[in-house]
Design a protein around this ligand. Sequence first.
Ligand code: PGA
Length: 245
Amino acid sequence: MLIYAVKDYEELSRKAANIISAQIILKPASVLGLATGSTPVGTYRHLVEGYQKGDLDFSKVTSVNLDEYRGLSGDHDQSYRYFMNTNLFNHVNIRKDHTFVPNGLTEDGAEECADYDARIEALGGIDLQLLGIGGNGHIGFNEPSSVFTRGTHLVTLTQETRQANARFFASIDEVPTQAYTMGVGNIMAAKKVLLLASGENKAQALYDTVLGPVDPMVPASILQLHSDVIIVADEAALSLLNDKI
Ligand code: PGA
């Protein structure tokens, strides 16, 4: 694991955007695994600026997103499809038909999961997977569990995750109870992984991810077994790790 310690959220966002930009410049037809949540918002803002300055070309890029709430349409302003459109896709020259997010409205959950795995495989796998990390160590919506799940699957969200995401909804009752997520196997199969962590509420999860045992109760800890992981974390997120790395 390569850990970049940065001062704050702004520096984290610039560093992450630079790493993703390098990926796109070196391989214009990259398959990017993308993430939602508050952490990557600044990263996407910098990528949009890079495009607007003429430094970045997304015309050959394909994207596959980590997850989507079950039951929300892509038009719902809390769906992850909507998030991606408004934070990135609408502002760069990526082809919309080359952007993939699980379809939250598919009736047959098993079929949606199998199709999504087949999609990733047909694309030749993910070149760079961007990840945030939950305060409970989740990646995508792979919640703490007794096992790691390999492929795309349907999860029941923990109360902690629904509570954390309730800030985006009118009330916690409106936060969906289930979501589609890529599995840990999909993430581990990415050629490169870029994990971002900002803020003190991520410090314990980041500590456990980097120094704890590999344990499905801390899903991100499996990244210790990946050969090309970059972590960009700010001072607050690194506060428990500082003198140990
Ligand atoms: P956040 O979520 O970026 O909104 O903190 C990260 C995550 O839950 O993966």
